[in-house]
Design a protein around this ligand. Structure first.
Ligand code: ATP
Ligand code: MG
Length: 264
């Protein structure tokens, strides 16, 4: 029987309305993004794929409050204790801080007591396979290791909203698969609301409640697909027949847009 008093749907954690962004002025202006509308429900994992230069990072930076939209509005709803965390495409870690201090950074800002902050940082470094590098400086690490430091730093604050810009792009295939599975487990247990940008269709399908396809720049959302896998889900979905079918469908959608840009 239907619930006679259904609870109203919770308002979205992230809401964008007619968001656009232009860089520069007059003749030299680049219309980089939009207009885009987007609602991300609490606990939802949304993946965005789209051709290079279509405005994906621009959208994420607007989401993180690092950049203002040229028009439209983007709002984020979080409590003070669980902030928004962003993982940048170019890592965004500090070269003058040790690996441990980088991972502890968000916790220091939150004024988590030093002992607890160090324990949490160590836990995340261990999960990322970096425990032995706690005292190293990022310049001495490989690209993949630097990226893992950035991931550990973002996850250590137990964010309520996680904005991730191609976080696994620099990793080798094995580690990438392991971290995808870790992220699945983590976001499903904590119900973290996530906006995740990737060039990998497989990654988007494994992780996403939905996959949004962006057009060539200025990026707009042109399609939405919902991978037909129940939650909680594991990396085993990679071998489902529906997985391959959905990947082909997404590639067809994307190929048109990549072609548009290549021909331009
Ligand atoms: N600070 C900036 N000043 C001027 N132009 C910018 C700036 N940031 C981005 N752009 C331009 O805006 C467009 C979108 O850039 P953005 O980095 O958002 O693309 P993207 O989709 O993330 O690409 P990629 O997949 O290669 O990371 C590009 O044409 C880029 O050159
Ligand atoms: Mg980008």
């Amino acid at each position: 029987m239907e619930d006679p008093h259904p609870s109203p749907p919770s308002p979205p954690k992230l809401r964008a309305r007619a968001v656009t962004r232009t860089f520069g002025r007059a003749a030299g202006a680049v219309h980089a993004l939009g207009p885009v509308d987007l609602d991300i429900a609490p606990g939802e994992f949304t993946c965005v794929v789209g051709p290079s230069g279509c405005g994906k990072s621009t959208l994420l930076r607007i989401g993180a409050g690092l950049l203002r939209p040229s028009s439209g509005e983007l709002s984020i709803r979080t409590s003070a204790r669980h902030p928004v965390a962003m993982i940048f495409q170019d890592y965004g870690i500090y070269d003058w801080k040790t690996v441990q201090a980088n991972v502890r950074f968000g916790l220091d800002i939150q004024k988590v007591p030093r002992r607890e902050a160090n324990a949490r940082a160590t836990r995340w470094l261990t999960r990322m396979g970096l425990a032995d590098f706690a005292d190293a400086y990022p310049a001495t690490l490989s690209g993949g290791m630097r990226q893992r430091v950035a991931i550990a730093r973002a996850l250590a604050v137990e964010p309520e909203i996680l904005l991730m810009d191609e976080p696994f792009a620099a990793l080798d295939a094995q580690l990438r698969t392991i971290l995808q599975d870790e992220l699945l487990a983590l976001t499903q247990t904590t119900e973290t609301t996530t906006l995740f940008i990737t060039h990998s269709l497989e990654e988007a399908i494994v992780l996403g409640d939905r996959v949004l396809v962006m057009s060539a720049g200025p990026g707009r959302f042109i399609a939405e697909q919902r991978p037909p896998f129940d939650r909680p889900r594991t990396g085993a979905v990679r071998s489902a027949p529906e997985f391959t079918a959905l990947k082909s469908e997404l590639w067809e959608l994307l190929r048109g847009e990549v072609g548009v840009r290549a021909a331009a």
